[in-house]
Design a protein around this ligand. Structure first.
Ligand code: KG4
Ligand code: ZN
Length: 360
């Protein structure tokens, strides 16, 4: 099965072709056009500006995706020879999977209307994908045996610019929300700390870079909700603590970044491991932009080995942590197996779509 993925929920225009073959999901193409430079001068994503740029980019990206022969060189090292396409030529997709929410309404519209038109013209069935399940299913890309047979119950942690959620999955596409942030999302908090320190947008990767050379014990920032019995998160108090500290002290930025990052990571790891143990998770799946954070990846794996060695941990490659259409195609594949098709007349954006709600 060949799945065309479309993602325009925020500031990346992305199209992907993913092939389900021989028990794995293989990314044939994953084109991502980032708008970061466009939004940098505003210090954040401006919805109307984002939508207009999606409109400009999506047509040429479709042409590129459909015309371009899949470059074998770009696949070298990732795929064993036998998994490369025979002629590496474009085949008509069997399914179109598009992000319909959550996200910015005007931005989502561009992807959804494009998917609708392609579905109608090419007579290809459509699937509505929740952006957050895309982040979870990024873990299934480019693996021959995606995961061991008995992966459930799965504990999924989504940490992105818009969301911080702990989700229990007893089966594929079955989600129970255990906890979420009560205020800022983890990525949003990294971005705001970056802004406080005068770093370019988005602050997350910049803060992570500076933290590498800083002293994580320089400032003892608070760890909000660290000991609370629930599985909720809170990051705005931490952000405010960083703001007040920088107003009153002259601590070097790398030390602030390292201390802030340590506080954020420790809380995320503690809550996630507690949830994994409480629900006897066999597998922990991470997803979202913040999951690209190297210190978090390292510390989480160490903590799991020590505290919960029976739980298998999967974190997508950094290119699949950030927004991309390959992950949308991956989630679409599992929906296609269930024949969750939506007629082209009925597909619509759902900017506040919660993972636990049905699409229609
Ligand atoms: O998943 P994503 O690409 O978009 C959303 O769905 O929100 O996540 C973007 C977020 C941004 O807040 C960005 O600063 C953060 O992920 N991020 C990071 C890192 N790379 C991206 N945060 C911390 N450390 C990183 N290395
Ligand atoms: Zn995202």
């Amino acid at each position: 099965m060949l799945i065309l993925g479309i993602e325009t929920s925020c500031d990346e225009t992305s199209l992907a072709l993913v092939e389900a073959k021989d028990g794995g999901l293989w990314t044939r193409q994953n084109l991502v056009s980032s708008q970061i430079n466009l939004h940098q001068k505003y210090g954040g994503v401006v919805p109307e500006v984002a939508a207009r740029r999606h409109v400009e980019k999506i047509g040429p990206l479709i042409t590129k995706l459909l015309k371009e022969r899949h470059s074998s060189t770009s696949l070298r090292g990732v795929y064993p020879d036998k998994y490369r396409g025979r002629n590496d030529k474009f085949n008509k997709p069997d399914v179109i999977a598009v992000t319909v929410g959550p996200g910015l309404a005007t931005a989502l519209l561009v992807g959804v209307e494009t998917a609708r038109a392609l579905s109608y013209l090419l007579k290809i069935p459509l699937i509505a994908v929740n952006h957050l399940e895309g982040h979870i299913y990024a873990n299934f890309l480019d693996k021959i045996a995606p995961l061991p047979q008995k992966i459930f119950p799965v504990m999924a942690l989504i940490i992105s610019g818009g969301h911080t959620e702990l989700i229990l999955m007893k089966n594929h596409l079955n989600y129970r929300l255990l906890g979420q942030t009560r205020d800022d999302a983890a990525g949003e908090c990294f971005d705001k700390v970056g802004k406080i320190l005068g770093l370019p947008y988005p602050g997350g990767p910049e803060v992570a870079k500076l933290a590498k050379t800083g002293d994580a014990t320089a400032v003892n920032f608070p760890r909000p909700l660290f000991d609370s019995p629930d599985f909720d998160f809170s990051f705005s108090g931490l952000k405010t603590a960083v703001l007040y500290h920088t107003q009153k002290n002259k601590t070097p930025s790398p030390d602030i970044c390292a201390s802030f990052q340590a506080a954020a990571i420790e809380t995320i790891i503690a809550k996630t491991l507690r949830a994994a143990r409480r629900f006897r998770a066999k597998t922990l799946l991470l997803g979202g932009g913040v999951a690209a954070n190297a210190a978090l990846r390292r510390q989480l794996k160490t903590a799991l080995r020590r505290q919960s060695p029976e739980t298998q941990c999967q974190i997508p490659a950094p290119r699949y942590c950030a927004d991309n259409a390959a992950m949308i195609a991956a989630a679409g594949y599992f929906h296609a197996l269930r024949k969750d098709f939506v007629p082209w007349q009925k597909i619509k954006i759902n900017p506040n779509w919660e993972l636990t709600q049905k699409f229609i």
